[in-house]
Design a protein. Structure first.
Length: 79
């Protein structure tokens, strides 16, 4: 079963690029997909996440982790 995540992000965000690199690495060995959500396009998302991006959300469980996170924390989220 594929685990689908949302990566709340914004353009020109170096930390968001690092977060997506973690996902790319983990997708090589885990059934994982994600959608990058641009928070600047939605006032509610911007208000909620502007100080904590990148934020990774597991949709089926309603769990989120905010930066700073590493590969091990993402593994904890997807297991």
């Amino acid at each position: 079963m594929t685990i689908h995540l949302h990566l709340y992000s914004t353009s020109h965000c170096h930390l968001c690029e690092l977060a997506e690199a973690i996902l790319v690495d983990l997708a090589l060995s885990h059934d994982l997909s994600w959608t990058v959500i641009e928070i600047a396009d939605d006032a509610n998302l911007l208000s909620r996440y502007e100080l904590s991006i990148p934020v990774l959300a597991r949709l089926d469980m309603g769990q989120e982790i905010a930066w700073p996170f590493n590969k091990n924390l993402v593994l904890d989220l997807i297991k």
